[in-house]
Design a protein around this ligand. Structure first.
Ligand code: ATP
Ligand code: MG
Length: 694
């Protein structure tokens, strides 16, 4: 019998439309023949535009949309791609398998779950579910956290995930984390294995399992691999420099088995996810792994002004390795990138907030401005300033600062002193003491709030009788901590009180309570710096803590396109662009991140992160740094400007320093009311001109 297949002929009109708005090298990449194609080019050169147009071009050429897999790095990017594709090809766009690796893995595993011993209804565990199962696993491994100083479930979860993504043995990773954790190595390994069994028994997968199971499906089950190869005739990956070997291995195996059509798109100089196992070698090695692959370089930057492009190029030239790219800007010129020094972090934050408002007055919408930082704690003072001035902002890549568990812990200490009947705060902190669980903390808290002097009642024989013997020492320590906080007087001096919390047992406890303890401690130090602006806990609460809550209650807060400044980690800003970009806190140990420099090639990775940040700017780039860094209540230390600023040819930047007019009434810059001090920017190079009225 004859088998008839129908193939759509190329839609010439559409094909013409698709290639019209492209330059020659972009067009060559879009229309390149089926097979292995690599598009390796710098930021803003239209890589993402090319990949979308290539998908549309393939569809126009008769490739069924349902046989195309388009992998991107974030869900937001995937959504945007499908929208833009829809505008080009219409409803076919929704047939394309577009999404993150995890998203696509989930869809595929639904239909092949049985092969791996799951049902197609397997559950995806959210982070709370994961923690519950880890708790169970800790019980069964004899590591129950209630009675010991064992690491908390979140810490163990973080280590397990790290081991999966870096493809490194768990035990080895645990040992590398330092003394406190290393001695739990065997226990943690036992928990990991019990956790894996629990998940399997519950017919459920966590996020990492999706990836690992997809890889198993492809690697260990030839018939499944064949089926995937049959379905996906075209695979395209954007931001390939940040995929890890597990991810790249899966899609390459599918392409190899079937059509041999894989388009990799990326920029090795923007590879910034080494901590999750990404390596630029995946993209740089593409031509070696696929001999005969087409290689395309795009050399026009359509995003940034020539001066910004010159700056970014000069910066990345300091990296030893990397594929050289010489981008030429196609945008008309604007001002030089501006480097602004501030006296301290507070002044830096005031400057940024004020500059945002001034720019808005000049007609730049808030949504076209972004503050991009290295670590979350770099944004705390800025968040505080934006909240206090009621400047709408969205925070990406992390929770709102004041909603984070460790900040709530610290606030609980302050609240107990302010209001000793605050039962929720008592319970929260009591439960963190080793040996005290939910029931005991509830019983103790109930007793305390009825006592005439709750703090004194904490050490009474009756209270002690409620706690198990092993908890008594910790309870005594807790009382000392609370007394220290009380002496610091949180009601009148919240900053000193926060520092007093850090001086107590909490700094040690945080290592066992949460993942990333160092970064959380740095958060708390910044919290103290922010609190130093307020002369009462009440003012701090009203201006910052409550303002945060009000904002959180805003149902629109997560809508990406509302009129709001974007605050984002650089890692979450990949692929995006804004008219005016601020990169704050450019000091040694901050950016580059101190600990990252200890890693092999750490400086290069940090410089790539800086490169990603500065290459997000279309028209204006503002780089700021404080001269002094506040270490919470432990005073201030002199900061050194980041090497990323010092190594740049001074001709490529403008410099300015902030001069703060003291607010006489408050007696300190910006004291009392955050808007009280007015910061002026003086530009020593061009004294007549202020950055604020550029
Ligand atoms: P990144 O490396 O940051 O992901 P990219 O190479 O993916 O950057 P795009 O985001 O695709 O770059 O493009 C950058 C900007 O340039 C976008 O606003 C895009 O619409 C515009 N652009 C790209 N190519 C052209 C072109 N040929 N004509 C006009 N504008 C273009
Ligand atoms: Mg892109």
């Amino acid at each position: 019998m004859r088998k008839i297949t129908v193939r759509r002929t190329i839609d010439a009109g559409l094909a013409e439309r698709l290639t019209r708005d492209l330059n020659d090298s972009q067009r060559a990449a879009v229309t390149a023949p089926h097979g292995y194609q690599l598009i390796l080019a710098g930021p803003g050169s239209g890589k993402t535009r090319v990949i979308i147009h290539r998908v549309a071009y393939l569809i126009a050429g008769g490739v069924p949309a349902g046989s195309i897999m388009l992998v991107t790095f974030t869900r937001r990017a995937a959504r945007e791609m499908v929208d833009r594709l829809g505008a080009l090809v219409g409803p076919d766009a929704s047939q394309v398998w577009a999404g993150t690796f995890h998203h696509i893995a989930n869809r595929l595993l639904r239909r092949s779950a049985e092969v791996l011993g799951y049902t197609s209804n397997f559950t995806i565990l959210d982070s709370e579910d994961q923690l519950d199962l880890i708790r169970l696993a800790m019980d069964s491994a004899g590591l129950s956290s209630a009675g010991t100083m064992a690491p908390k479930p979140a810490v163990i979860r973080h280590l397990i995930s790290l081991s999966t993504n870096l493809q490194r043995p768990l035990g080895e990773l645990v040992s590398a984390q330092g003394e406190a954790l290393a001695r739990w190595r065997r226990g943690i390994e036992a928990v990991a294995s019990a956790f894996a069994d629990q998940k399997k028994a519950a017919d459920s997968m966590d996020y990492d399992d999706l990836l690992v199971n997809w890889a198993r499906l492809v690697r260990d089950h030839p018939e499944e691999r064949g089926r995937l190869a049959q379905q996906f005739r075209q695979i395209l990956i954007d931001e390939m420099q940040d995929a890890n070997s597990l991810q790249v291995g899966v899609v390459e195996a599918i392409a190899e088995e079937g059509s041999g059509c894989l388009t990799g798109v990326g920029d090795d100089a923007q590879s910034i996810y080494a901590f999750r196992g990404a390596s630029a070698d995946n993209i740089l090695g593409f031509p070696q792994r696929h001999p005969g692959a087409g290689v395309h370089h795009l050399d026009v930057n359509y995003r940034s002004t020539p001066r910004i492009v010159a700056f970014t190029r000069a910066s990345i030239a300091n990296n030893r390795r990397g594929f050289p790219k010489n981008l030429v800007s196609a945008v008309s010129d604007g001002p030089l990138p501006l480097v602004v020094s501030a006296q301290d972090g507070q002044e830096e934050a005031v400057f940024i907030a004020q500059d945002i408002l001034d720019a808005r007055d000049r007609g730049i919408s808030l949504a076209r401005m972004a503050v991009l930082y290295r670590s979350h704690h770099d944004s705390i003072l800025i968040q505080g300033e934006l909240l206090a001035r009621r400047i709408p902002h969205t925070i990406r890549g992390g929770p709102r600062f004041f909603e984070q568990a460790h900040i709530k812990d610290v606030t609980a200490y302050l609240r107990i002193i302010q209001n000793p009947r605050d039962i929720a705060s008592w319970r929260r902190l009591l439960m963190q003491l080793p040996g005290i669980g939910a029931a005991t903390s509830g019983a103790i808290a109930e007793r305390l709030i009825r006592a005439p002097d709750p703090l004194a009642a904490l050490t009474s024989a009756e209270t002690m009788a409620l706690a198990p013997a092993r908890a008594k020492g910790y309870l005594a320590g807790f009382v000392m901590d609370l007394k220290r906080v009380r002496t610091a007087d949180p009601v009148a001096n919240p900053a000193a009180a926060i520092t007093a919390v850090l001086a107590g047992g909490y700094s040690a406890a945080i290592r066992l309570l949460y993942d990333n303890p160092d970064s959380r401690l740095a958060d708390i130090e910044q919290f103290a710096a922010l609190a130093a602006k307020f002369d009462s806990l009440e003012r701090l609460t009203a201006n910052i803590l409550l303002a945060g809550d009000l904002d959180a209650a805003d149902p629109e807060k997560d809508e990406g396109d509302r009129e709001a400044v974007v605050l984002s980690t650089i890692h979450q800003a990949k692929g995006l662009e804004w008219s005016r970009v601020f990169v704050p806190r450019l000091v040694e140990d901050g950016f580059p991140h101190g600990r990252a420099l200890d890693e092999p090639e750490g400086e290069d990775e940090e410089r790539r992160i800086f490169y990603v940040a500065v290459s997000r700017a279309q028209h204006e780039l503002i780089l700021t740094y404080p001269l002094m860094i506040s270490r919470g209540g432990r005073g201030s230390a002199l900061a050194r400007p980041s090497r990323f600023l010092l190594e740049i040819d001074p001709c490529l930047i403008d410099r300015a320093e902030i001069v703060t007019e003291l607010d006489e009434a408050a007696g300190r810059p910006g004291g009392g009311s955050p808007a009280a001090g007015r910061d002026e920017v003086k530009n020593p190079a061009r004294p007549a001109k202020s950055a604020l009225d550029r």
